[in-house]
Design a protein around this ligand. Structure first.
Ligand SMILES: Nc1ncnc2c1ncn2[C@@H]1O[C@H](COP(=O)(O)OP(=O)(O)OP(=O)(O)O)[C@@H](O)[C@H]1O
Length: 353
């Protein structure tokens, strides 16, 4: 169990930077997720941590040891691939035992360790099956057992749930969390699914075109996004272009459409901004000291345990979400509606180009 540190890590492919000098500090025993859209450099970063690929420049440390150019097997990191990469001609037992056999571990000890790993992933009794005789979820468990049996310092998981159906994905997500907690092992997890990242992680690094935009707990990243990209990547949210028209220190007045909202916090210097407002923070009933905007109802959508009201404010659509049936009763498209928002629930960020 070790800390993992990346210092100014750059990776170029044919002169193009896929990873543009990133710094990360992953603490020991933490489940840390690299989250971002396709092509942002998550897998490349993970492969460099695994020792399957080396940086063009920068350094990687496991604890105090620099491992930047150490081969995979010498640094104690194991990567579980998206497609599991099990050997089809080997039984579950032999698949899991493989790494230990390579290390020439005595037979009796191999047996004990394989049993331990299979028990951990709840696959006791499956020793003699072949991968084709297993479900996708079971194959995933074998892949994880095979990684854990060599007792890695760091376990790396690259989109481990992407080949599973929705129900199994939820189940395996909790399983991975349980195993990580039980062993207290450092896990670095890659996904492009923000909900999965939120549910499973201690901390998340949100990546965008080869850079890290923000690192924080799921709550930090969701509630306090530091850039327009992070705000819009973390689930359904309102991102409203606006202009700063007055400043008084960190308090600003902004304008969008024909609305003026005053007393908002903003510490940037660009006047072109976006207002980030989570739908569940917008109220449909008067709130003291909140700003209010008047528009018309565009849509009312019932989702079961909540309802969304899409309001039209000039040409700007804004989504509000409520769990109160009473508040939306009788609301119909084209009717007037007022949205109330506490000033601290409006995050003002510089507009990204
Ligand atoms: N071996 C390679 N040769 C050339 N370019 C590469 C290579 N591997 C990755 N790239 C490029 O580097 C960039 C980052 O790729 P990477 O696979 O790390 O992204 P990712 O965030 O993991 O995306 P995905 O979720 O689609 O796997 C992409 O533009 C990709 O095309």
């Amino acid at each position: 169990m070790v800390d993992v540190r990346l210092e100014n890590v750059v990776k170029e492919f044919d002169g193009v930077q896929a990873v543009k000098g990133i710094n990360l500090h992953i603490k020991h025993g933490e489940l840390f997720t690299l989250l971002g859209p396709s092509g942002c450099g998550k897998t490349t970063t993970l492969r460099m941590i695994a020792g399957l690929d080396y940086p063009t420049s920068g350094k990687i440390y496991f604890g105090d040891q620099e491992v930047t150019y150490l081969p995979s097997y010498e640094r104690g990191a194991v990567l579980v691939f998206q497609n599991y990469a099990l050997w089809p001609h080997m039984t579950v037992f032999d698949n899991v035992a493989y790494g230990l056999k390579l290390k020439k571990v005595p037979k009796e000890e191999i047996k004990k360790k394989v049993e331990w790993a299979l028990e951990l992933v709840k696959l006791k009794g499956f020793e003699n099956r072949y991968p084709t005789q297993l479900s996708g979820g079971q194959q995933q468990r074998v892949a994880i057992a095979r990684a854990l049996v060599v007792e890695p310092k760091v376990l790396l998981l690259d989109e481990p749930l992407s080949n599973l159906d929705a129900k199994l994905r939820l189940e395996m997500r909790s399983e991975i969390r349980r195993i990580q907690r039980e062993l207290g092992i450092t896990v670095i997890y890659v996904t492009h699914d923000q909900e999965e990242a939120m549910a499973i992680s201690d901390r998340i690094a949100v990546m965008n075109v080869g850079t890290v935009e923000q690192v924080g707990t799921p709550r930090d990243i969701y509630e306090r996004p530091q850039s327009e990209f992070v705000a819009s990547f973390m689930g359904k949210t309102n991102v409203i272009p606006a202009k700063v028209v007055e400043r008084d220190g960190n308090k600003v007045t902004v304008e969008f459409e024909s609305f003026r909202l005053d007393g908002l916090y903003y510490d940037g210097d660009k006047d072109d901004v976006v207002l980030v407002i989570r739908p569940e923070r917008i109220k449909l009933h008067p709130v003291e000291n909140a700003v209010s905007i008047e528009g018309t109802v565009d849509l009312v959508e019932y989702y079961g345990f909540f309802t969304e009201v899409v309001g039209l404010f000039g040409d700007t659509r804004i989504i509000a979400r409520t769990i109160s049936d009473r508040e939306v009763q009788g609301l119909r498209p084209t009717q007037p509606v007022t949205f109330y928002i506490n000033r601290e629930d409006i995050i003002v960020l510089p507009k990204q180009l």
